[in-house]
Design a protein around this ligand. Sequence first.
Ligand code: SF4
Ligand code: SF4
Length: 441
Amino acid sequence: MEYLPNIVFAIVLIVGIGFFVRNVKKLIRNIKLGKKVDVADNKPQRWKNMARIALGQTKMVVRPIAGLMHIIVYVGFIIINIEVLEIVLDGILGTHRLFSPIGQLYDILIGSFEILAFLVIVAVTVFWVRRNIIKLQRFIKPEMKGWPKKDGNMILYIEFVLMVLFLTMNATDFQLQQLGADHYVQAGAFPISQFITPLFEGLPVSTLIFMERTAWWLHILGILAFLNYLYYSKHLHILLAFPNTYYGKLKPQGQFNNLESVTNEVKLMMDPNADPFAAPADPNTAAPEKFGASDVMDLNWVQLLNAYTCTECGRCTSECPANQTGKKLSPRKIMMDTRDRLEEVGKIMDTNNGEFVPDGKQLLDDYISREELWACTTCNACVQACPVSIDPLSIIVEMRRYLVMEQSAAPMELNNMMSNIENNGAPWPYNQMDRLNWVNE
Ligand code: SF4
Ligand code: SF4
């Protein structure tokens, strides 16, 4: 019986981590449904981007208040969880404050964790007020209704509760240390929880131990639950922001990826000496089976990684000129829809032994409408604004490519323009010879 808590703890830990690993495997499988894309180039630049954007949060501080608070929550959450290592080892070994023999450094660490915990509580409270009381425009757009709103708030509640549990655990521990309770070594500095300690004054040692153990267990159970919640939440970005910024676009902003097969065909058309009936020299540059994307499997895996990384912050949408002028398009919704469809495809695979069985649905029309796609001005502002290097424009362009090249379903104005380019070498419906007529008008 002496080792029962250790055994229970080990089982809980194995189950919690086991579920997490299972979800990570599903995540990787779903992302791998995307097409291959060559991202092995310029590794030094990629590492630099990851360090600067994901680790350094440089794009977050473009909006200083939100950026600073996000950094507090991010740093606080990561650093405080260093203590999780001690909690896990204590849980397995049946020790208490295992790292305390490191002396003064331990006091400094616990003291700084407490200050960070307090700052996290302040920051998540401000975030909650911005979302629910002030109702910032970008948090109340149509795509943020229902689950996205609940998810955003849920993350704030969980972080708040975890920090309160951490401080409660320390406050009761501090009180037990002062009372000289067995097993509670004199260790740690408590710059914040010392102000909560008076709440527990006068309580018997057994009650204090019960409260300390309850807070300790709930804290670690909460962390394990949160770890498993990530897969279902926009909070997945806490992990995926790193690979996403690494694999982010390196090309000059706004540069499109021309289809090699089409480029070769145009070159062939322009070359008077080319044999139009010759087979392509390189089979890899032959025309693909399908042009563009109508479903998530037609996108590349970096675009699918983008969808899972989206934090739903709405910075892209708030910069989007189409959205600002009342069009239906929201680049954030493009990313959310892509993720939702990918999740749906993943669930179908789960129930069919890993095989995708067509369900009569697709990303185009069932999730993203043509009206949204054609509202995009391709200005690239959404890509520029994204704090984690997501590229909603590339998905829009791929889906438009499908509409134009597979379905000839471009809006009439565009079809006219493309015919004009083909016939007149310019977007206007005039003969090339008449191009300078305006000079004489
Ligand atoms: S590229 Fe398109 S989606 Fe992105 S901001 Fe510009 S108009 Fe909006
Ligand atoms: S795409 Fe980027 S900017 Fe837009 S909501 Fe997602 S994380 Fe925010």
